[in-house]
Design a protein around this ligand. Structure first.
Ligand code: GAL
Length: 766
């Protein structure tokens, strides 16, 4: 078959492009077999060397790094305890080195190194040559290595990482209520491409609700100019091409290809987040020079004066703010763990939106939001402070990078183009809004402020309204982006009255937001407790503002969010109390249960003590109002197990039992995943608790849990002293496939063992 015919007749499948470098034919551009694109992505997350000290010599190729520590990425420059540490411990300049050889087959291509995120500034050297410093820890950056590659032997990529709070780099310059930690904490890869290559693709669905729906594919080509090229855009569903269009062009100017006649497509929605694949190919004569794959979803997302509409249907936004930080490792969590947070927000807390407070977050997290149907408000890094012109220029650059990195995510519905809670700055924010609209005219902008009368340059007035009653919407498009938080910090092990009030505060705000369509909805502060400076939080470097704790273990306020879903998704019954007789002033006069049932029936022992409806008086606007009940006198003197039955449509659909005995009955331990990849990177969370006989946590259980592990690494305290009766650690795979065996020993209940399969990872190419 002639090459040209081959191109015409071959459906370009993913497999054709996923060749490993050692399978690539040795060829100069123009000679490659037509089924193989020149693009090769070589992950570079393993085999790094790390030192807590940097020096000019350490950046040189010949430096003796034999004593350095072998690490994998994501990597934190400093392991820290969960709390009570001094944040200066991670604020230093460290160094990383990576030796590599490139397959000869890649010779002739342009070689880049792509960093996903390095906190906070990174100066990169290739074989001793300084490629410059990138300032900013939350956005990706790349360097071209082509001219410096030694094709005959060893190459050294050396990175000097400055993790101090530099005033010239956003978010710094003043106080910031979160810790940024340090290190090369996101993925790194080598990208080999032809001399003409695709730099980016923005695939923008249009008119998705109409029959003439289309996808406008904007293609950014780089490299050799003056070349005849064929650009081809294809929309695929499960590998099957459903629309395809080609265009002949000369040179590298940005081009638009419009894919039309798509036929029936399935919308991306929060309940059924259907994703399509989009592939762009650049062809010169008969040679495929490059391809670029991305995923898109067809959805229409609009803030209007009557609230937010997704695909033409009104949707009250109900969500939480999320920091991407974790205990022990700061931000250095691999894909699986980042994705798990999206799962927790969507499947456990039943939120429909998350705000990536206060910076662009892990691409893996955003991928999971696309896959799970969780809407996203993504924003530029910063916290209250605006710096000088150079600082502002960096912010503009971050917004540019954030939008270009993330514009194909259907989950993202709003770009945050104001530094969180910063004051007005007409020129600066006129610039950031114009940039966002210019790059992406399909999404609205927001800019989070706490001043009600601040200037609105953004499309949506995004307001942190921490007071109650809430302020009325003072702009036609109005979204409440933060409430609760520092007004009522609550630890998971706090007194039950506080935990209950914490839940009520979130519920009250959502009830008020439900009262008026002009509120598009709200996002509470916040999803998870997070590490912060001594100036904020409880003085132990934690802000206990989460509805779940720093391990993502729920507090009663999480039960409120969870209970707001349709029962077809999950039937929820979450008591906001422990079944303990004398631990509150008004014992059970205000028992709170968050549930989406229509009726609850309470029994003590076999005695029915109450039959109650949702508290529609306190919560007239919520679809699933919480149940608040005075059980005090009904309980009487007898003290027996509590049983709560939940009813929908007259049928009992859920039941919850709580023990009256007050005896620690079992030690429960569970991992989020039973399979990991054996690459020394992959991790999963292991949660453990002491519980009554029905599985309810015993909040005053204080045992120290001792762990041992085979073929894995523990990221966490060991022994771990239970916090509020529970705790969590993360475990990391090694590079050895097989079984990871974690033994957790409770002093009274003995040992529990968890086995996780470590699957062989794909072979290391470089
Ligand atoms: C807000 C701020 C958040 C967090 C919160 C605590 O003002 O935007 O980052 O500090 O307060 O409640």
């Amino acid at each position: 078959m002639k090459r040209r015919d081959f191109l015409k007749t071959t459906a370009v499948g993913t497999a054709a492009f996923s060749l490993l470098a050692d399978q690539i034919e040795a060829a100069e551009p123009g000679e490659l077999a037509p089924s193989v694109s020149y693009r090769q992505i070589l992950p570079l997350n393993r085999r790094w060397l790390y030192s807590e000290k940097s020096s000019a010599d350490a950046m040189k190729p010949g430096f003796n790094d034999r004593g350095w520590k072998a690490v994998t990425l994501p990597h934190t420059n400093k392991m820290l305890p969960m709390n009570g540490f001094d944040e200066n411990e991670y604020m230093f300049v460290s160094a990383y080195r990576r030796h590599f050889k490139l397959p000869a087959a890649l010779k002739g291509r342009r070689i880049f190194v792509d960093f996903g995120g390095v906190m906070t500034a990174a100066r990169v050297f290739i074989n001793g040559r300084d490629l410059g410093e990138y300032k900013g820890g939350y956005t990706p950056f790349s360097h071209e290595l082509t001219k410096d590659i030694n094709w005959k032997g060893d190459n050294v990529l050396a990175v000097e990482v400055d993790s101090t709070e530099r005033k010239d780099i956003p978010p710094f310059g003043n106080l910031v209520d979160y810790l940024t930690f340090g290190g090369i904490y996101r993925d790194v890869q080598i990208r080999a491409v032809a001399d003409t290559f695709i730099e980016n693709v923005f695939a923008k669905p249009a008119n998705v609700l109409r029959d003439d729906r289309s996808v406008n594919v904007r293609i950014y080509v780089q490299g050799k100019t003056e070349r005849d090229l064929q650009l081809k855009a294809e929309l695929l569903d499960g590998g099957k091409v459903i629309a395809s269009e080609s265009r002949n062009v000369v040179g590298t100017e940005t081009q638009d290809i419009n894919l039309t006649n798509l036929g029936a497509i399935q919308l991306w929605d929060i309940a059924s987040p259907k994703l399509y694949d989009l592939r762009v190919t650049v062809i010169s004569d008969v040679t495929i020079l490059d391809h670029y794959d991305t995923r898109i979803g067809f959805r229409e997302a609009k803030f209007t004066p009557e609230g937010f509409f997704l695909n033409g249907k009104h949707l009250k936004l109900r969500g939480l703010n999320r920091h991407q930080t974790y205990p022990y490792v700061g931000q250095a969590m691999p894909a699986r763990v980042q994705k798990r947070d999206a799962w927790i927000l969507k499947k456990e807390l039943h939120c429909n939106i998350v705000r990536t407070s206060h910076y662009p977050q892990s691409p893996h997290f955003l991928d999971a939001c696309d896959e799970l149907g969780l809407l996203v408000f993504e924003e530029t890094p910063g916290w209250q402070h605006i710096g000088d012109k150079a600082w502002q220029d960096l912010t503009v650059q971050y917004i540019d990078t954030m939008i270009r990195r993330d514009w194909n995510h259907p989950s993202i519905i709003l770009w945050g183009v104001r530094v969180n809670e910063s004051g007005d700055n007409h020129d600066f924010y006129t610039r950031t809004n114009a940039l966002a609209h210019d790059l992406d005219d399909s999404r609205q902008t927001g800019g989070v402020r706490y001043r009600y009368n601040s200037e609105r340059l953004e499309d949506v007035f995004t307001m942190n309204d921490f007071g109650f009653p809430l302020r009325p919407p003072n702009h036609p498009l109005y979204l409440n982006t933060e409430f609760s938080g520092h007004m009522y910090p609550t630890k998971r092990g706090d007194n039950i009255e506080r935990l209950r009030e914490h839940a009520h505060r979130h519920a009250r705000v959502h009830d008020a937001l439900a009262s008026d369509a002009k509120y598009a909805g709200g996002l509470g502060w916040c999803a998870f407790d997070y590490n912060t400076h001594d100036y904020f939080g409880s003085g132990d470097r934690i802000c206990y503002h989460g509805v779940s704790d720093i391990f993502r273990i729920p507090k009663p306020a999480a039960g409120f969010y969870k209970s707001q879903c349709d029962p077809s998704e999950e039937i929820v019954l979450e008591p906001a109390f422990d079944w303990a007789r004398g631990d509150e002033n008004e014992t059970f006069t205000n028992a709170l249960v968050c549930s989406n049932c229509e009726k609850l029936v309470y029994y003590v022992g076999t005695r029915k003590i109450a039959e109650v409806e949702p508290d529609r008086k306190a919560y007239p606007n919520l679809k699933y109002a919480p149940f608040t009940t005075n059980l005090h006198s009904a309980i009487g003197k007898a003290w027996e197990d509590l049983r709560i039955e939940g009813y929908i449509g007259g049928k009992m659909v859920i039941e919850k039992k709580m023990s009256a005995r007050g005896v620690d009955k079992q030690f429960i331990i569970a991992a989020d995943d039973n399979e990991l990849v054996a690459d020394g990177i992959d991790m999963t969370r292991v949660v453990f608790k002491v519980a009554d006989e029905f599985g309810n946590v015993k909040p005053f259980s204080v045992a120290a849990i001792q762990f041992t592990i085979e073929n894995g690494e523990i990221m966490g305290d060991n022994p771990f002293a239970l916090v509020g009766g529970c705790g969590a650690i993360w475990i990391r795979s090694t590079e050895k496939a097989g079984k990871i065996r974690l033994t957790a020993r409770h002093p009274r209940f003995g040992a529990k063992v968890i086995e996780i399969t470590a699957k062989a990872s794909s072979p290391l190419v470089i």
